[in-house]
Design a protein around this ligand. Structure first.
Ligand code: R1P
Ligand code: URA
Length: 291
């Protein structure tokens, strides 16, 4: 196997991966990702102890313990371009020997849970409810830069989706949640396919001053059906997390606090309370579960 060049995996003066500024011993094998850097402390305030606090650009990381469980919470910022950075660097921390610059013989699989916000596309998934994403369907282009391996059902679902919506830009891609994690997040969670958009306004059908190429986007996403599957919500990271996570061999789950309902035109009155409640629920499940 080839040594990885300095230009391909950048380490800083601490010997830490460049963007996250983390060293291998500073990351736990169970990771919570959040979009908002300010949400990191809202998660780690529930830790019994914090051993590491790092920040570089929008990537804030705290590592500590909840009960006996060692956890890292890291902010990704917005979008799947940032997921590319966070996932490749988290993976490098556990699966590349940073001194030898070689991929390790024994690979480690991380458990990665996103705790994010999202907009609902269904009347029966109201604001302030929680949703676990069965799949991430990406309208962005991240996975097109990797050799993805969709299975037959995923190929059929994407084909049906393109036919139904008439979206004719970047081909969509899809990947599923890790069932090993999903099975612990059932009670109190809606479920459904989460669409990951490459933007918050036009790519999520919002009209401020500009006309849209797909004015019926919200309707077509909401009425799409594939067997028992339907699209429930959209946001901006899940498909990248599921797609890259699967390729790298990590178990991933995306949990969403619904802050907007785009069918009803409603927005949460107390988003902070809803997110706090999802954080508590997530940490309590992670603490109690043998993962
Ligand atoms: C947009 O406001 C952001 O909110 C959602 C979207 O995915 C996007 O990142 O998630 P977070 O609240 O986790 O950032
Ligand atoms: N995050 C999104 O990306 N969209 C929403 O509507 C709400 C949160």
């Amino acid at each position: 196997m080839q040594k990885i060049a300095d230009s391909e995996l950048i380490l800083n003066e601490r010997g830490a991966v460049y963007h996250l500024d983390l060293r291998p011993e500073e990351v736990a094998h169970t990771v919570v990702t959040v979009g908002d850097p300010d949400r990191v402390k809202e998660v780690s305030k529930h830790f019994d102890s914090i051993e590491v606090r790092r920040q570089h650009r929008e990537f804030v990381s705290h590592t500590g313990r909840v009960g006996k469980k060692r956890l890292t919470v890291v902010s990704t910022g917005i979008g799947t371009d940032n997921i590319d950075i966070v996932f490749n660097e988290l993976d490098a921390l556990v699966n590349i020997d940073l001194e030898k610059r070689m991929v390790k013989d024994q690979l480690t699989s991380l458990r990665i849970v996103r705790v994010g916000t999202s907009g609902s596309l269904q009347k029966d998934v109201p604001v302030d409810s929680f949703l676990a994403s069965t799949h991430g369907l990406g309208l962005d282009n991240l996975l097109h830069f990797y050799r993805a391996q969709p299975n037959d059902e995923e190929k059929q679902l994407v084909h049906a989706f393109v036919t139904h919506t008439g979206l004719n830009g970047t081909p969509p891609y899809i990947s599923g949640a890790a069932s090993s994690l999903m099975k612990h997040f059932v009670e109190g969670f809606h479920r459904g396919i989460t669409v990951t958009c490459p933007g918050f306004y036009g790519p999520q059908g919002r009209v401020l001053r500009l006309g849209l190429m797909y004015p019926e986007l919200i309707d077509r996403l909401g009425d799409f059906r594939f067997g028992a599957h339907r699209i429930t919500n959209f946001e901006m990271e899940t498909a990248g997390i599921y797609g890259l996570g699967r390729l790298l061999g990590h178990a991933c789950l995306s949990l969403n606090a619904i802050v907007a309902n785009r069918v009803e035109g409603t927005f949460t009155k107390d988003g902070a309370k809803t997110i706090e409640s999802l954080i508590r629920k997530t940490l309590s499940i992670l603490e109690q579960t043998e993962l």
